[in-house]
Structures are given as C-alpha cells and as structure tokens.
Design a protein around this ligand. Structure first.
Ligand code: MN
Ligand code: MN
Length: 457
C-alpha cells in the first residue's frame, strides 16, 4: 500500500493496536539495555540463544532449518536460518547498525580545574553539540587492563546511580556566546563531562581528581593509565519512554539505528523455515563511515559466508563471492521523518511521515545522490509485489530536499558484492539527538515488512 496511515489498519483489527503496543514494550526494553554496540550484541545474543540459535562452532555440518550465530569482536553479530534452497543461490539479508552518535572519553581524559574533576571527550558521529549539554548522561563501556581483564563500567543507568553531564553558561552571562553560530555555540573541545567536586583529604595537588581516581581504584580496580585501553561511551541517561499523551511514539536514545536492528533481529528470531537462507547482520562504525574490523566494510561478513559454505562441504572462494552476488538485502536503516516545525527542508511528495509504515530510500547521498547506492527499480518492484500481497504499508522518501544536506548508510558497501540492496527502515524525528522519536506503528510495520522479506523475497 502506498503512503497510508498504518494506525487505521491496526485500529480495524481485533487487538491490532494492542499488538503494536506490546511489540514496542519489547523494543523499549532492548534500547534501554542496548546503549552501546557491545550491550546490543550481548542483548541480541541472549535473545538468539533463547530462540534456539547456536554458535557456528557448535555445528559440524549445516542443514536446512539450522539456526546459527557468529559474534565478531563483541561488536557485530550475524544470525542465520538455513533455507531450503542451496546457499549459493543467495541469502535474504537484513543489515542494521548498532552504533549511535555519542561522546567517547579520550584516551587521556582526566583533569582538574577550579575544584572540579572533569573528563575530555571526542564526539562520535554527527551531532549538534548544543543538544548534549545540561542533560543527565551515563558512562558506559569497558576498561581493559594490561593483563587482559575486561572491566565493565555502567554508571548512571540504575536509578540510584549518580549521573554526569556537561555544563553550559548561564543565560545571565551569555551575551558573547549567543552571538555565535549554532555550530560554534558549544565547541567540540568543550564537551567535557563533570565527574566530581570533592577533594581527597590531605592531598595537595589536583585533590579532586585524586579523589575520583581513588574511587575508581576501589570500585573497579583501575588506574589512571588504564584509560589508555578503555572504551567509555557517554550516553543519555534513562529508559526509553512512551512519547505523546496518546503513547503513540517512543522517545529514546539510539533509535538510529537500534530500532532497525531490533526489528530485523526480531524478524529472524521469529522465523522457523525459509526458502532462501535468512540472515541478519548487526554492524558497528556506520556513523563514522563503516570503517574498520567491526564496520560494514570489514571482511567479517564475507568470511562468515565462506565458513557457512565450508560447513556445507563447499570450500570455494568463487562460490563465496557468487553466494553474495546472488543475495538480496534490505539495508535496515532509519530515515528522516517530516517534522511539522521544519517543513521547508522536505519535498512533501518524497518525504517520510511518522505513522505511514516502513520507508524505502532508493538512494540517500548528498549533492546529486553522491555516495548513494541508488537501488535497481527491478528490485523495488519485487518488494512492492511481496509487501502489497501482505497488505504491509510502505512509503518512499529522500533524505530531505535536493541540496539541503544528506547522509549515507551501509547499502552501497554490500552493493559492491553486486547484490541487490535498498535502504529500508523507520522514520525518525530528532535524529542524532539525545532524544530521538519513532512511531510505534512504524516499528511494528517494519518488523512485519522485514519478516515478509526474509520469507517471500
Ligand atoms: Mn543510521
Ligand atoms: Mn545516523
């Protein structure tokens, strides 16, 4: 169905709206727990195991109906349900990213100034810096000690935990600051978090910092130098919440792209049989270019396909590549929802609306589609066909008006294997802010679309 409000469909079904709301309770739980890549992988793994998925290592030989997972460096997970057709005929892949914009602690973060202990950060991904000051923030991540011990740190998520934050100038003294451009009002180097204000007794120099270090030593057994091998992410504090007094939306941190990650994950967890092998891959580093060992550009995925074939008694590089070429993929990533307060940035006919179902972006990119995947119309036609048959609502959109801005996804990277790929995901308001918004009905409709894709495409 083309551009129809999806609430109406569920309002006309028995328990339709209840089903939508119930699904979103599961999703809210997932993003509340999954505030980092590692946390998302942990949560996805636990859900996969509950659904009967087993590690690839546990299989000697793969057969139809087997449910398999592979974890890469604690930051990627790939899941497969082996289909009836030979793997070389291709997979049906849902690919989403589980990294979200945030602030990372620098490697030498700690310092003291004017009686405060502070920590330097370097922001990750595209953010409007002024959105990240004067809000409660949590510290979330790992410190790896020289002996290899991995210390998990979560401060701020339990309601009895303290929170941290970034200060901003009081309005009374902001005459100079308010004359600056919005991009410069808060500078990257000023996104420093406040850790404490109480000096260590009998300490002369940097006594507040010393007190923080003592506390870290006591609670986590870590030294200042251990930050050299740490990955601490500063993320907005608190649970995902219902948004709007009608509870029709979800407010939370990290919908981009954990909302597509969760709906993709849930789609494969709820599948038992499929014609072509189903796959969900959750990747890291999308917000900074999909680079590195855990990003979509990594050979991890290709290697994993090679391993699957190997466990089907096929040991062939060429067949690995042909398997990928014969595959189809939805690049499960969010799209920019139309904001009623900022209508001028969209071409209304080609914009995504909250409540109208899954969004297809044939292309993203910026300045003349640059950097985009630009999907084949033949592929889009096939998707229209299978979705219409199931009465699943979808809409098509561009990322704003031509020359207004733009963005990228992982679509083109998997497209390099010569497979069919299109961006398909959920419309988001306030994208990349500490409080992003999605429509509950889009979350549910996208889950339905992903499941249909895995089964019918
Ligand atoms: Mn994204
Ligand atoms: Mn993004």
């Amino acid at each position: 169905m083309y551009a129809k409000n999806s609430w109406k469909k569920y309002q006309e079904q028995d328990h339709g709206v209840e089903d939508v709301f119930a699904f979103n309770e599961l999703y809210k739980d997932f993003i509340t727990k999954g505030k980092t890549e590692r946390a998302c992988v942990k949560e996805a793994l636990s859900l996969a195991k509950q659904a009967g998925f087993k590690s690839l290592d546990e299989y000697d030989q793969l057969k139809i109906g087997d449910k398999v997972y592979v974890v890469n460096k604690e930051k990627n997970i790939a899941l497969f349900v082996i289909g009836e057709r030979p793997l070389e005929e291709g997979l049906r892949i849902l690919g989403a990213h589980i990294d979200s914009p945030r602030l990372d602690l620098k490697q030498n973060p700690l310092y003291e100034s004017e009686g405060f202990a502070l920590a330097d950060t370097h922001y990750y991904g595209g953010i409007k810096k002024y959105q990240w000051v004067t809000i409660p923030l949590s510290l979330y991540g790992v410190v790896v000690k020289k002996d290899g011990e991995v210390v998990d740190i979560v401060i701020g998520e339990d309601e009895n935990d303290p929170v941290v934050g970034i200060s901003d100038l009081l309005i009374h003294l902001s005459a100079t600051q308010l004359d600056k451009k919005a991009a410069k009002v808060i500078e990257g180097e000023d996104l420093d978090i406040t850790l404490g204000n109480m000096p260590l007794n009998n300490e002369e120099k940097d006594a507040v910092k010393a007190s923080i270090l003592k506390l870290l030593k006591e609670k986590y057994g870590i030294e200042e130098e251990d930050f050299l091998s740490a990955e601490i992410e500063i993320v907005p504090t608190g649970k995902a919440r219902d948004y709007g007094i009608d509870r029709s939306m979800v407010a939370g941190y990290g919908h981009d792209d954990r909302v597509c990650a969760y709906t993709s994950l849930k789609a494969i967890l709820d599948i038992d049989t499929c014609r072509y092998t189903s796959c969900v891959i959750l990747v890291d580093k999308e917000e900074i270019g999909s680079v590195g060992a855990t990003g979509a550009q990594s050979l991890f995925f290709e290697n994993t396909i090679g391993q699957l074939l190997y466990k089907m008694s096929i040991d062939s590089f060429i067949k690995t590549r042909m398997t990928l070429e014969n595959s189809m993929m939805l690049s499960s990533d969010v799209s920019a929802g139309v904001d009623p307060l900022y209508l001028s940035v969209n071409d209304k006919k080609n914009a995504a609306y909250l409540g109208n179902g899954i969004v297809f972006n044939k292309y993203t990119g910026a300045r003349g589609k640059s950097g985009s995947n630009d999907a084949m119309p033949e592929f889009m036609a096939r998707l229209r066909h299978i979705l219409d048959k199931q009465n699943i609502h979808y809409q098509t959109a561009e990322l704003g008006k031509v020359d207004q801005g733009g963005g990228g996804t992982i679509a083109y990277i998997l497209g390099n294997y010569n497979m069919q790929v299109i961006d398909a995901g959920i419309a988001v308001l306030n994208m990349h802010s500490p409080m992003e918004i999605v429509s509950k009905v889009d979350v549910y409709e996208t889950y339905q679309a992903y499941k249909t894709f895995l089964k019918d495409a």
